[in-house]
Design a protein around this ligand. Structure first.
Ligand code: CP
Length: 308
């Protein structure tokens, strides 16, 4: 099977084989990133625009590094310093970027479906770097890549995703990707942070983190988004850490070699202790590093598909 898609909008849309192509391509680019000269000419002459309507450190920087390692020209647009401030619509911004002869847009937006809307209106490729609560496909791909690197496989593993499942695009993309590749997924949170009918996505649900950890090979700890109105009502942050926070005692109690993941940014002492975040089982910074190879694979495959 060959990569055919002009866009990457989410993992829900992808077949298992397509996810495998992305991960295999990322593995070959990871080798490139270990060379003394970490650059290949694959996208020389291409222009990639990073269009970010929300704050980002990891995603924006690693898309830029990935594009530069592929020898593409990169332009970063932060919406707050662009004509978006003069009420230009997302669609008009995208069409103008296309008129400026960019080859691909990487977009982060607070509205679910923003990347899909752009892809319907543009001929150039569109990569979703996070749209509202909907999907964050490259984050899930780098999570899965890192877990496979650590455990040697994905099929048959059990992964707990703990935290604000309701508002998490990372959770949704991880659930689609992991279940398609044959992993079991447990979601764990207080009931107010679990979306209705999430079992239909093929996951099991619990509010007991110790029970979930006892069955798990890995835990992906989500950031508690206390800045959101719905969660600021959650009674006492300290109760969250006591009942759901990932600390050393909880991990040791399982007697298992659990891989600790977090998409970042971390709230230390809220959803995870510093001891665990910086401990031996943590792959949090490996996830960040692997984001470069994964995003190189995405940019390379999407750009190639445009030329068929
Ligand atoms: N994980 C993630 O999306 O981080 P940023 O918001 O820093 O890009």
């Amino acid at each position: 099977m060959k990569w055919q898609k002009k866009d990457l909008l989410g993992l829900r849309d992808l077949k298992k084989e397509e996810i495998k192509i992305l991960l295999e391509t990322a593995a070959s680019f990871k080798e490139v990133t270990t060379r003394q000269i970490k650059k290949v000419p694959a996208l020389r002459g291409k222009t990639i625009v990073n269009l970010f309507y929300e704050p980002s450190t990891r995603t924006r920087v690693s898309f830029e590094v990935a594009a530069k390692r592929l020898s593409a020209d990169v332009i970063n647009i932060a919406a707050e310093y662009s004509s978006v401030r003069k009420n230009e619509t997302l669609n008009d911004t995208g069409r103008n970027i296309e008129a400026l002869k960019a080859d691909l847009i990487v977009v982060r937006h607070n509205a679910a479906g923003a990347a899909a809307m752009l892809s319907r209106h543009l001929n150039i490729g569109v990569v979703n770097a996070g749209d509202g609560w909907h999907e964050h496909p490259t984050q899930a791909l780098l999570d899965i890549f890192t877990l496979a690197e650590k455990k040697g496989k994905i099929e048959g593993l059990t992964v707990t995703i703990v935290g604000d499942i309701a508002h998490s695009r990372v959770a949704r993309s991880n659930i689609w990707g992991l279940t398609k590749l044959g992993a079991k997924v447990i979601v764990c949170a207080p009931s107010m942070l679990i979306p209705n009918k999430i079992e239909k996505m093929g996951v099991s649900v619990t509010s007991n983190i110790d029970k979930a950890l006892s069955k798990s090979d890995a835990v992906n700890v989500l950031r508690m988004q206390f800045e959101r109105d719905q969660i600021s009502a959650f009674p006492k942050r300290l109760n969250y850490f006591k009942n759901y926070g990932i600390n050393q005692e909880r991990i040791e109690k399982t007697n298992k070699d659990i891989v600790i993941m977090h998409p970042g940014p971390i709230n230390r002492g809220i959803e995870i202790s510093s001891e665990v975040a910086d401990g031996l089982n943590s792959v949090i910074l490996d996830q960040v590093t692997n984001g470069i190879a994964v995003r190189m694979a995405v940019l390379y495959l999407i750009s190639g598909a445009r030329e068929k």
